[in-house]
Design a protein around this ligand. Structure first.
Ligand code: ADP
Ligand code: MG
Length: 248
């Protein structure tokens, strides 16, 4: 096992408030690593620090042994970090096929020509069709995105992040808002991505986390509270207490 991504003593303050409290996190290559914790624990903030959309107050972010703390978002994307957001960010009037072709063209830096008709991008269309199949979107690839069931919309978002050919995929609550019966499919598809792609997942539903993850880190009040395998976290009464406390 080798480390693909790590944080070293990462701190983020918003004014006097500490949202990320001295987090040193190690993610193994190929892991299905879940980041859990109560609302406001700092999960999204940590993802934002990893992707570069937030700058840390102090501490380092290291990708494949290289310090990327000072790099802007797009340079991290080109080094293999891709993410989805907690809130859906799709183009509602595009079809899934058009959206994925656009993402592929962006990766290939074709820029404005991405807006040309699909027929002008035969290679990208082929790649997009393969990618949509992997995400269970073949049957809806020609429909308007706004007409898709929500679970399919969230899968499309993940497909768009995956189109960047990431080494590390960061998913912030990809099943949020998805009806119960579609949620398992969303995470099963993510779990089945190629083994060399590392996935970091934020998810609130513990059943989903336990069926998805091979490693779990628990954040509480910005700090790393504990870490372990699914069996270790599932058996930890302190973790149970945190979640029961939240429900109460
Ligand atoms: P989570 O994703 O675990 O629910 P967040 O990372 O979104 O938590 O937020 C952690 C804490 O940091 C919350 O108390 C939130 O209000 C605060 N916070 C997040 N972003 C900002 C910001 N830009 N400015 C001030 N406070 C913020
Ligand atoms: Mg969040």
């Amino acid at each position: 096992m080798s480390t693909v991504l790590e944080t070293r003593n990462l701190v983020k303050r918003f004014g006097g408030f500490v949202a990320t409290d001295n987090v040193s996190l190690t993610v193994q290559r190929g892991a299905r690593h879940a980041l859990i914790g109560p609302n406001g624990a700092g999960k999204t903030t940590l993802i934002n620090l990893l992707t570069g959309s937030l700058k840390p107050t102090s501490g380092r972010v290291v990708l494949e042994g290289e310090d990327i703390t000072g790099l802007p978002v797009h340079r991290r994307v080109s080094r293999g970090l891709a993410r989805t957001f907690q809130v859906n960010q799709l183009f509602p009037d595009f079809t899934p096929l058009e959206s994925v072709v656009l993402a592929i063209n962006e990766r290939e830096r074709l820029g404005a020509s991405a807006w040309a008709p699909l027929a002008a991008h035969a290679e990208a269309v082929d790649e997009a069709a393969g990618l949509l199949e992997r995400f269970g979107l073949t049957d809806v690839m020609g429909e308007r995105t706004s007409h898709l069931p929500y679970g399919k919309q969230r899968l499309l978002e993940i497909a768009l992040a995956f189109a960047a050919k990431p080494r590390v995929l960061l998913l912030d609550e990809p099943a949020a808002g998805v009806p119960e019966e579609e949620r398992h499919e969303v995470l099963a598809i993510v779990r089945a991505l190629p083994a060399e792609v590392t996935v970091i997942l934020i998810e609130h539903d513990m059943d989903l986390v336990f069926s998805f993850a091979d490693r779990i880190s628990v954040l509480v009040a910005g700090a790393l509270f504990t870490e372990g395998t699914v069996a270790e976290i599932a058996a930890d009464p302190r973790v149970k207490a945190i979640y029961l406390g939240e429900d109460a």
